[in-house]
Design a protein around this ligand. Structure first.
Ligand SMILES: Cc1cc2nc3c(=O)[nH]c(=O)nc-3n(C[C@H](O)[C@H](O)[C@H](O)COP(=O)(O)OP(=O)(O)OC[C@H]3O[C@@H](n4cnc5c(N)ncnc54)[C@H](O)[C@@H]3O)c2cc1C
Length: 377
């Protein structure tokens, strides 16, 4: 295979993160080549839920998600209808009085980051979402959170990159990254900037990166328009996402533009075993039915799995990887890569161009993994 064009930047991976990075670099006038081992948007991006969410597991995570949400909001009117951008908001559901107290604290944290939210008592919760089971305490509505259809969003970002001169090569697996270059078969392609955006597989190309594939299941129902109107997530979701060593499930449902209900979510560390785990899938569906009993009467038309790129400290790896000349990484986004793709790309472009980013780049720098004790990697 011969890829003759000379590029300023080579982006490895055409998932939503690679697509966003390619777009940001191409818009800065760099000649960008995007390489994907499979097809654009065919990796984890095609398996994700598409919830654009302000997530507050840490100050750094909230800063990146909040910045990314503002970028999505600026972009939303230029996205094609097929991206199915739906500003439905999130409701974090509180099961009891104790969780409702946690809601007040969550609201305070959001307020510090200028993210609007509204505490819901039980009456207001049921007015907004009548299909939730009775006996819940209330919740927190975050109106600016949204939902998109991730593969279409990635393709829209790539199309924008292509209109700014980027070139996409699919079915083109990078074997190795070298100083200012990538090896594919016997050929070496050179560029000043190389971006490893290979998602859960990024650690195969840069083995020092502590990326672990974290499997998740999703299930989708047949069509019931209006059954739920917001992304609904149990307050315990963050705790289930935070613990890296165990398998966990949490109630997390999403209204799709088709009228289907997308049901998540699960987390497992089982290497690259993509097979459906009937036990975990069953627990996930049971949890969903506990919150929305009517789901038990719906048909599940499809289930699938995908791999999140997990890091030990729950933050992505974005920035220069100094051991290899010209190499940047943009990976480790776990369950937030759809949301944070745009923030990642803006941070990466600032670093490539030597500008001071809006966010504190040190918090996301991949170089932190070399400073961490080996046991933590
Ligand atoms: C069940 C589930 C639910 C999720 N829900 C959400 C959600 O609601 N909101 C949210 O923000 N995020 C969510 N996520 C996370 C989100 O889907 C990911 O963080 C995001 O898709 C990662 O995008 P990416 O571009 O880094 O990786 P990918 O989409 O996997 O793209 C990486 C690409 O790199 C290519 N590649 C790999 N190796 C090579 C190589 N050697 N050479 C060339 N190409 C290569 C692959 O073919 C692939 O196309 C969810 C994930 C899962 C699994």
């Amino acid at each position: 295979m011969t890829i003759a064009t000379r590029s300023d930047a080579i982006v490895i991976g055409a998932g939503i993160v690679g697509a966003a990075c390619a777009r940001a670099l191409a818009r800065e006038g760099l000649r960008v080549l995007v390489l994907d081992a499979g097809f654009a948007a065919g990796g984890t991006t095609a398996a994700g839920m598409g919830h654009l969410v302000a997530m507050d597991d840490s100050a750094e995570q909230l800063a990146l998600t909040a910045h990314s949400l503002s970028l999505w909001q600026s972009l939303r009117h230029s996205l094609p209808a097929s991206v199915e951008y739906d500003a439905c908001g999130t409701i974090w559901v509180a099961e009891d009085g104790e969780q409702l107290e946690a809601v007040a604290e969550k609201r305070r944290v959001y307020e510090e980051h200028a993210i609007a939210s509204e505490v819901l008592d039980a009456r207001r919760l049921y007015a907004l979402e009548p299909n939730l089971r009775s006996g819940l305490a209330g919740g927190l509505l975050v109106p600016a959170d949204s939902v998109i259809y991730p593969p279409r969003a990635a393709l829209a970002l790539l199309a924008d990159a292509q209109t700014h001169g980027a070139v996409l090569r699919e079915q083109c697996r990078v074997d190795d990254i070298v100083d200012h270059g990538v090896r594919i078969g016997g050929e070496t392609l050179h560029a000043n900037v190389i971006v490893n955006a290979a998602g859960a597989e990024s650690g195969r190309l840069t083995p020092e990166l502590p990326i672990v594939p974290r499997k998740g299941h999703l299930a989708i129902t047949d069509r019931h328009p209006g059954f739920c109107r917001h992304q609904l997530v149990e307050l315990g979701y963050l705790a289930s996402a935070h613990v890296l060593s165990t398998e966990s499930v949490a109630f997390n449902v999403q209204p799709r533009a088709t009228g289907q209900v997308l049901i998540g979510s699960s987390r497992e560390l089982v290497g690259w075993d993509a097979a459906t785990n009937r036990g975990v899938l069953g627990q996930m569906l049971e949890r969903a039915v506990e919150f929305m009993p009517m789901l038990a009467r719906m048909s599940i038309v499809r289930t699938w799995t995908g791999f999140r790129a997990a890091t030990p400290d729950k933050l992505p790896l974005i920035g220069r990887w100094l051991p290899i000349q010209g190499l940047y990484v943009a990976t480790g986004h776990e369950g937030l890569g759809i949301t944070t793709s745009l923030g990642t790309a803006s941070l990466l472009a600032d670093l490539v161009l030597g500008r001071t980013p809006v966010l504190d780049a040190a918090a996301y720098s991949p170089m932190r993994v070399l400073a961490a004790p080996a046991a933590a990697r």
